[in-house]
Design a protein around this ligand. Structure first.
Ligand code: NAP
Ligand code: MG
Length: 498
């Protein structure tokens, strides 16, 4: 299907949205960037411009932080009864569901991802997370604490919202990342300045409109679109109490440095090079499609992508031919085509990066089992790729590719310590999967893996109640579950001498 036909699949709401002039949401007003600058947004399936968006700068961040500060110090939001705050967060989930199809279309168009994924994952998971976090509003409690000091005491702890939070998000799940970030912060009673990725600003802007539709007080959520400049200004801003970031490990380190100025709290969800370890007893009818989904879902643009595949040598060849067959089933096309399972990568930059890794892998002697090249001659499509005969020194094995490229390596060992050492041989520690029918091996391996999420007989699995985050250079802190509430609250200890 060509681009015009694909765009023909957009509904009236999505069309009306992209045709609008997109501004910044600051203190409940939609305003142009102070500089008057704008930037284009492209369809990654063909590089065509689809929208124009305000390009925020440091002065817009400053205005947004002031609005968020005012909403935090003087506005109703942090003082609202927990049930009332919870109702609003829940209502936002309902508003999102009301506009689910439009949001899925915009997400697919902007990011390139298959509409079927946007419909099944990005949008519903976001609504579900908001509902889950809405439930925490009434359950954020401290403790009464017995003291050992002489005399009589009444001591307790209180959990208070951390304050104004800056949230900087990437382009791989633009809407869902926005929801992941705002949901716990809202539940805790914080106010927010959200900075979406420059490649994919559309659904964050639409989210800003839906937040207004749900009836949030002005300034509780501010949205400033733009490139890295407003992101850096937000991370460095002296009146921001916390910054939460999802993106590359490289920028994560810059955020830490920028945050040092006022020692704002920092949480980071960064890159990964997650192992999938397939034992010889694994059910291959599960492991083959599972490992494929682990790396090909979202074109491999997942921080948790199962990009290093360790397979017992007894089943290695079966696994490789199975994966090649499986890769052939993943239909490549425009994200808006309902049958598409592989859309384009998000940008020329990402396409060049992944192409560079493919060339480096081949040069270093990796065997291309399937894929290994672009698809078509326009847009940023890369075929789902399996590389075998890869070794730990190769850049394709060491570095995060963030594309649909898996590096497969055989092992011929029964020693779980040694297998785990190989799986853990990375600077990252975000996720891992273990494929076996032996529950003993599964849980023993789960303990030996150094990663924030370990999945057994599944990969890329998330649930709103499961804490999510990284060991090592994959980040600081845990999102989702109650841990996410902890990220957005301060603990105050009160001790009264009676
Ligand atoms: P990135 O630079 O880390 O971008 C993430 C977010 O940070 C974007 O909103 C970005 O804005 C913003 N940003 C950029 N420079 C900043 C700075 N100095 N201070 C504060 N914020 C800043 O990621 P990318 O360049 O788009 O992608 C590069 C690589 O990062 C990918 O190839 C992949 O390996 C990894 N990545 C990981 C994740 C993940 O989920 N962990 C997500 C995306 C990418 P702009 O978009 O405007 O630059
Ligand atoms: Mg960047």
């Amino acid at each position: 299907m060509d681009a015009a036909t694909a765009h023909g699949r957009l509904g009236a709401e999505a069309r009306a949205f992209i045709a609008r002039r997109h501004k910044l949401l600051i203190g409940g007003q939609w305003v142009d960037a102070r500089s008057g600058k704008t930037f284009p947004v492209h369809d990654p399936a063909n590089g065509q411009q689809i929208a124009t968006v305000a390009e925020g700068g440091a002065e817009d961040i400053d205005a947004a932080v002031r609005a968020a500060r005012k909403a935090f110090e003087d506005g109703p939001w942090p003082r609202m009864k927990p049930t009332e705050r919870g109702k609003l967060v829940w209502k936002l989930a309902e508003v999102i569901e009301r506009h689910a199809e439009e949001l899925a279309q915009l997400e697919s168009l902007d990011n390139g991802k298959p509409i079927s994924d946007a419909r099944a994952v990005d949008v519903p998971f976001s609504a579900e997370l908001l509902r889950y976090m809405a439930g925490w509003c009434t359950k954020i409690t401290g403790q009464q604490i017995p003291l050992s000091a002489p005399g009589e005491w009444h001591a307790y702890s209180i959990r208070e919202p951390v304050g104004v939070v800056g949230q900087i998000i990437p382009w791989n799940f633009p809407f869902m990342m926005a929801a992941w970030k705002i949901a716990p912060a809202l539940a805790a009673g914080c106010t927010i300045v959200l900075k979406p990725a420059e490649q994919t600003p559309l659904t964050a802007i639409r989210l800003g409109e839906l937040i207004e539709e749900a009836g949030f007080p002005p300034g509780v959520v501010n949205v400033v679109t733009g490139d890295g400049t407003p992101g850096a200004a937000l991370a460095a801003h002296p009146d921001v109490d916390k910054v939460a970031f999802t993106g590359s490990t490289e920028v994560g380190k810059l955020i830490v440095k920028a945050a040092a100025g006022n020692l704002k709290k920092v949480s980071l969800e960064l890159g990964g090079k997650s192992p999938a370890v397939v034992f010889p007893d694994a059910d291959l009818s599960v492991a083959i499609p599972g490992a494929a989904t682990g790396i090909f879902f979202n074109m491999g643009q997942c921080c948790t992508a199962g990009s290093r595949l360790f397979v017992h040598e007894r089943i290695f060849d079966k696994m490789m031919s199975g994966l090649a067959d499986e890769a052939g089933k993943w239909r490549i096309g425009h994200g808006l085509e309902p049958e598409t399972r592989i859309g384009p990568l998000v940008s020329q930059e990402q396409f060049d990066k992944v192409s560079g890794y493919l060339a480096a892998g081949k040069q270093a002697g990796a065997e291309v089992v399937t894929g290994g090249e672009r698809h078509g001659n326009e847009g940023y499509f890369i075929k789902p790729t399996v590389l075998a005969r890869t070794t730990p020194e190769m850049s394709v094995v060491k570095e995060e590719i963030f594309g649909p490229v898996v590096c497969a390596m055989p092992f011929n060992d029964d020693d779980l310590e040694r297998i785990a050492r190989e799986a853990n041989n990375t600077a990252y520690g975000l996720a891992a999967s273990i494929w076996t029918r032996d529950i003993g091996i599964a849980h023993k391996m789960a303990r030996r893996i150094k990663a924030g999420s370990v999945w057994i007989n599944v990969h890329n699995f998330n649930d709103v109640a499961l804490p999510f985050g990284g060991y090592k250079q994959s980040g600081w802190g845990r999102e989702m579950g109650y841990e996410a509430i902890e990220l957005y609250t301060e603990t105050k200890a009160v001790a009264a001498m009676l």
